[in-house]
Design a protein around this ligand. Structure first.
Ligand code: PGA
Length: 245
């Protein structure tokens, strides 16, 4: 399976800066064993014309159409050839109170428009300290996926992103994240009534991933990619990371 590198630009960049960044990534990333997904802010989605890179969005409405001021539907994203969309990122859970039911609704909208959802799950510092990591992840994964058909569930990419590692510089314990990826696969296996080995969902990792640890994280058996924030804004580091993997 090719590794998925999802770059979440968040609310950064001007028109000119994003154009420059995309030009550099599309001309300088030569590694054909990875798929690089650029999750751009909404206004820049229509600028994208880079066949070497894939287009992603950072959010979508949980509604199909109608009087939802300021929202963007999955159908609109599909109009701009968006292939992937992040759902339930910790930033949105924190600042926009995005909940598990909304995650489910967003995933459904995306799947109905042939866009691959990237569902983010992960415990916060307090939950970790209280030993609630697995319980939290189980609640987030099952809550978002349990109403879907198995054929729908298998199309969802799941990103394990411990909240305490996002936007920080923590030491990533690769064995620990590999074990969590195994747990996530177990949860999906149960939901889809399949055996562990037949679970198709890519499991990716995000939070403090950088040039130095990317290779180690990706060498873990059950980690199929990375979701990165800050490093995607540092063009030379991002290009080097992608070419080294
Ligand atoms: P970071 O962010 O790579 O800057 O830690 C990850 C994320 O927000 O998904």
């Amino acid at each position: 399976m090719e590794k998925l590198i999802v770059a979440n630009l968040k609310m950064n960049g001007t028109n000119a800066e994003i154009e420059e960044l995309l030009n550099q990534y599309s001309s300088s990333i030569k590694n054909r064993n990875i798929k690089v997904v650029m999750c751009l802010p909404f206004p820049y989605l229509n600028k994208f014309n880079h066949s070497q890179l894939s287009l992603g969005a950072q959010n979508v409405s949980n509604h199909q159409i109608g009087a939802y001021t300021g929202e963007v539907s999955a159908e609109m994203l599909a109009d701009f050839k968006v292939e992937f969309c992040i759902v339930g990122h910790a930033d949105r859970r924190r600042y926009n109170a995005e909940n598990t039911m909304q995650c489910y609704e967003k995933i459904l909208q995306l799947l109905n428009n042939n866009i691959t959802p990237i569902l983010c799950v992960g415990e916060n510092e307090k939950q970790r300290q209280e030993g609630l990591t697995l319980k939290t992840i189980k609640k987030q994964v099952s809550g978002a996926l349990k109403r879907l058909e198995p054929e729908q569930i298998e199309k969802v990419v799941i990103a394990y992103e411990p909240v305490w590692a996002i936007n920080e510089n923590v030491m990533v314990n690769t064995d620990e994240i590999n074990n969590i990826a195994i747990e996530i696969k177990n949860i999906v296996a149960k939901l889809t009534k399949t055996q562990f080995n037949f679970v198709k969902n890519p499991i990716i990792y995000g939070g403090s991933a950088n040039l130095n640890n990317a290779h180690d994280i990706l060498s873990k058996k059950f980690i199929n990619g990375l979701l990165v924030g800050r490093i995607s804004l540092n063009t030379s580091n991002f290009i080097e990371m992608c070419n080294k993997i």
